[in-house]
Ligand binder design. Sequence first.
Ligand SMILES: *[C@@H]1O[C@H](CO)[C@@H](O)[C@H](O)[C@H]1NC(C)=O
Ligand SMILES: *[C@@H]1O[C@H](CO)[C@@H](O)[C@H](O)[C@H]1NC(C)=O
Ligand SMILES: *[C@@H]1O[C@H](CO)[C@@H](O)[C@H](O)[C@H]1NC(C)=O
Ligand SMILES: *[C@@H]1O[C@H](CO)[C@@H](O)[C@H](O)[C@H]1NC(C)=O
Ligand SMILES: *[C@@H]1O[C@H](CO)[C@@H](O)[C@H](O)[C@H]1NC(C)=O
Ligand SMILES: *[C@@H]1O[C@H](CO)[C@@H](O)[C@H](O)[C@H]1NC(C)=O
Ligand SMILES: *[C@@H]1O[C@H](CO)[C@@H](O)[C@H](O)[C@H]1NC(C)=O
Length: 235
Amino acid sequence: MWILSLLMILILSSLTGHQVVVMADDAVSTAKANSLDSSLQEYAYRALVKPKIGTFYNATTQLPSNFTGVTLAALRLRSGSLRRYDIPNYNEFQIPKGLVQTPYVKRLVLVYQNLGNNNNWSSNYYPLPPNHTYLAPLLGLVAYNGSDLFATNLSHLNLNVAAGHPIIVRFRNVKSPPPGTLPKCVRFDLFGASHFTNVTGGNTCSTFQQGHFSIVLQYSTPPPPTITISPLPSP
Ligand SMILES: *[C@@H]1O[C@H](CO)[C@@H](O)[C@H](O)[C@H]1NC(C)=O
Ligand SMILES: *[C@@H]1O[C@H](CO)[C@@H](O)[C@H](O)[C@H]1NC(C)=O
Ligand SMILES: *[C@@H]1O[C@H](CO)[C@@H](O)[C@H](O)[C@H]1NC(C)=O
Ligand SMILES: *[C@@H]1O[C@H](CO)[C@@H](O)[C@H](O)[C@H]1NC(C)=O
Ligand SMILES: *[C@@H]1O[C@H](CO)[C@@H](O)[C@H](O)[C@H]1NC(C)=O
Ligand SMILES: *[C@@H]1O[C@H](CO)[C@@H](O)[C@H](O)[C@H]1NC(C)=O
Ligand SMILES: *[C@@H]1O[C@H](CO)[C@@H](O)[C@H](O)[C@H]1NC(C)=O
């Protein structure tokens, strides 16, 4: 059977050139990103010891030392809370009311991830298309079943903005782009596809989905080696 599959791949490769390889690479990086999500979910849940509903738990100290530069948090909510209440300041995320999670769970946990600015986590786990570079850290927001806080390898819940306002992501440290270039918001969905939209106000992206977000720059010449970081006033 595998000989047949191998033959198919060879035929496909010879027909479509390197496209097959690109798809394989994508599958590999999606699997890597999913396994990072799994680890981060597990570490985030460790911060939830007798957790209060609706309280932000900083889970950064739960991370082993090889996660230097990564920031993690967890927020446990009752089912239906996201539909009725907004969350104005979950770090960089401003979450409007009106979100619906499926399937039904009694409790859910929103895991916040920040892969950091000055390490290679973002580009290692979320590689960008050619000629793109990160201007901000990769931030993640993922919802999980929060009934069993010892659960591992959970799959994410579906989270949908039922009506009205999007989720706002206001990045704190955006490297200033070279003059004349147009930074873009990128969202990696939980199945590995990336989506590009416009940045507003220099540091803000909006989204109707959970996932992983950053601000990136597409360049046609190599970016200048010295890009200054301009700290933005906190909201
Ligand atoms: C969480 O804790 C880490 C380490 O103590 C700290 O660097 C980080 O700023 C904290 N994050 C938040 C959002 O409080
Ligand atoms: C970090 O270290 C832990 C053990 O301390 C290991 O299980 C894990 O695979 C490592 N993760 C990464 C991303 O290097
Ligand atoms: C990031 O990767 C570059 C090249 O791939 C390497 O030179 C640099 O040391 C890495 N930085 C960190 C903090 O690991
Ligand atoms: C959520 O977790 C609880 C406890 O493990 C389980 O009983 C329940 O079936 C789970 N719900 C879903 C939708 O996976
Ligand atoms: C995690 O769950 C997925 C399916 O949801 C499964 O394919 C994978 O083997 C599981 N990994 C571990 C380490 O249990
Ligand atoms: C994004 O920005 C570009 C350049 O400013 C503009 O031409 C385009 O219409 C914008 N797209 C959306 C969807 O706003
Ligand atoms: C990508 O960047 C290289 C130089 O770094 C440039 O030669 C090439 O034209 C760029 N390609 C695109 C599609 O912008």
